[in-house]
Design a protein around this ligand. Structure first.
Ligand SMILES: [Zn+2]
Length: 557
């Protein structure tokens, strides 16, 4: 469903619930960082699934639903139901019967701020039947917010797919009918509706500091080692620290330096490899460690916030910072930190990396100011103009490579994807680093333009920013796309959790086998012969994914 179309059922729902909308509009406290609204699937999520039910007497809420929804209402979150009702198209019940069912749902579960119904069948090819994202867009619009400030709870892959395709968060609450591959593909899974609600509220709370910093922060030292993607996903948290400090100095590694140059809020960068983080470290050089400690001491930081991903330790650096005389150190650490940390923060697995980092910033007393959305963002002045010879905006970028080969798209698959996209009328630019030229040339020969080795990271950001969509694995350019708000077809090798590393707050379709044997191995090179998680991607599914993301061939969007 597009903005210029109105479905009669949705128009009616807007009329019925306009008054509730207005009542929820006045909020004096600071805006929540993450979410304004929770969207709920109906059958199998809020109420027991009675196929094609037109009878209010058969409405049975799932256990704990009323109390869970009231918790969300009490937290100031707005609620909408987003539901596929193909029984309308098939004539199994009437619109009047359906609204009688919905009235009964509200009697049992309380008021919803909006009801969004897709009355179509799969054969209708509408834009609102989940997993198409139309209902999510419509719900966000009716609730006066954007999809990225919504989280959708549903019981099947269609629900999660619709949420992701709109750039919303999606929580899967499986039932006995949920297929195992749907559970594997979901980035966020909860055992039941009350557990989903508890985790939504926990994540919302975790990124808001309970208290401001005890003393003002003049200079903050923030740390994120490792590669470009790691640095980019830490961007929102660094902006939160920058909002509460006069000056921000970032320590990064050589592999993340180009990304660090792109981050807003950073006043100064110190580049130094950390041998306990680098994936291919040299031996520890005691003199280099001593000089790093001295250099960090010279920063004069009155607070250090050490960001890491879930398999990295902040403690060796914390020791160097202590030796440098830094008194206030915050980091995430499951390992016992002794007296190395002043704020030892802990985060459950599965939280998106940007939120994980934001929650550490919050524990250190910082939050994103109102008006700065928790999305990835780049400094405008650090991104060069797009090269003129790549053509007008509206192309699709395919980036087949990755620093870790386990997360790269196999060249033969990428080649077939380029052919299929070209056949569907898309202009395709194939990008890659200087060491990926052989692959990009081979892939682009199927019908795209080879830009392999043409750009540094900032130049790639410029090209990505004017794309209609980016087709890419779990690697840096996926995060560049997220930072530009450009939709992503994510060819995601499941070596790390999708919920933590998937493109953040941008319309996304995930492809690839989420249950492949490489799952959760964190392997840098694929441990399974044939790289099965991505070698089975059907190029036709990439074309369909672009359609779901409303990216049309012929350069339009
Ligand atoms: Zn529809």
């Amino acid at each position: 469903m597009r903005q210029d179309q109105e479905d009669p059922y949705q128009r009616r729902s807007a009329q019925v619930y306009a008054a509730a909308d207005r009542a929820a509009g006045s909020v004096a406290s600071p805006r929540a960082v993450l979410y304004d609204a929770v969207l709920l699937d109906r059958d199998g999520t809020l109420i027991e699934d009675v196929p094609y039910n037109g009878d209010p007497e058969k409405v049975r809420p799932v256990p704990g639903a009323r109390a869970a929804l009231d918790r969300l209402r009490a937290a100031g979150l707005r609620l909408a139901v987003v539901t596929n009702q193909s029984g309308l198209a098939r004539g199994y019940f009437t619109g009047e019967q359906m609204w009688a069912v919905h009235a009964r749902v509200e009697e049992l579960l309380g008021r919803f701020d909006a009801w969004l119904v897709c009355p179509h069948d799969d054969a209708d090819g509408c834009d609102c039947r989940k997993p198409a994202p139309g209902l999510v867009y419509a719900a966000a619009r009716e609730l006066g917010t954007t999809p990225s400030r919504c989280v959708l709870v549903g019981d099947i892959g269609r629900d999660v797919g619709a949420a992701m395709a709109a750039g919303a968060a999606g929580v899967l609450v499986p039932t006995p009918v949920t297929r195992p591959e749907e559970v594997a593909a979901a980035g966020w899974v909860a055992t039941d509706l009350p557990a989903a609600v508890a985790e939504i509220l926990r994540r919302q709370q975790a990124v808001q500091p309970s208290t401001p910093p005890t003393e003002p922060v003049r200079t903050a030292l923030v740390v994120r080692s490792d590669s470009a993607g790691d640095v980019l996903v830490t961007g929102p948290a660094i902006r939160a620290v920058a909002a509460g400090a006069e000056r921000v100095v970032l320590l990064c590694g050589p592999r993340g330096r180009a990304a660090a140059n792109l981050l807003p809020g950073v006043d100064e960068i110190i580049e130094h490899p950390l041998p306990w983080i680098d994936p291919a470290p040299g031996p520890v050089d005691p003199e280099a460690m001593r000089s790093l400690s001295t250099r960090l001491g010279a920063v004069g930081a009155d607070q250090a916030v050490v960001f890491t991903s879930f398999h990295q330790s902040a403690l060796p650096l914390a020791l160097l910072l202590r030796m440098a005389g830094i008194n206030r150190i915050a980091a995430i650490s499951d390992d016992y930190p002794g007296s190395l940390l002043d704020i030892r923060h802990r985060v459950p697995v599965g939280v998106p990396e940007p939120e994980r980092a934001l929650s550490l910033a919050a524990a250190a007393g910082h939050r994103l100011p109102d008006g700065d959305e928790p999305v990835l963002r780049l400094r405008r002045d650090a991104v060069p103009p797009r090269p003129a010879d790549v053509g007008d905006p509206g192309y699709v970028v395919l980036h087949p490579g990755s620093a870790a080969s386990s997360r790269a798209c196999p060249p033969e698959v990428a080649t077939r994807i380029v052919g299929a996209l070209a056949d569907a009328g898309h202009r395709v630019l194939v990008t890659g680093g200087p060491d990926e030229r052989a692959v990009t040339a081979r892939v682009a020969a199927a019908g795209g333009t080879d830009l392999g080795g043409r750009t540094d990271l900032a130049g790639l950001a410029a090209i990505v920013a004017d794309a209609s969509a980016v087709v890419v694995g779990n690697t840096g350019p996926a995060h560049l796309a997220a930072a530009a708000g450009v939709p992503v077809v994510s060819l995601f090798a499941p070596t790390v959790p999708f919920g933590q590393w998937g493109p953040y707050r941008v319309p996304t379709v995930r492809l690839g086998d989420a249950a492949a044997p490489c799952r959760d191995t964190r392997a840098a090179s694929c441990p399974v012969p044939g790289h099965p998680c991505l070698s089975g991607v059907d190029p036709g599914d990439v074309v369909n994914a672009l359609r779901t993301l409303a990216v049309s061939g012929g350069g339009g969007r």
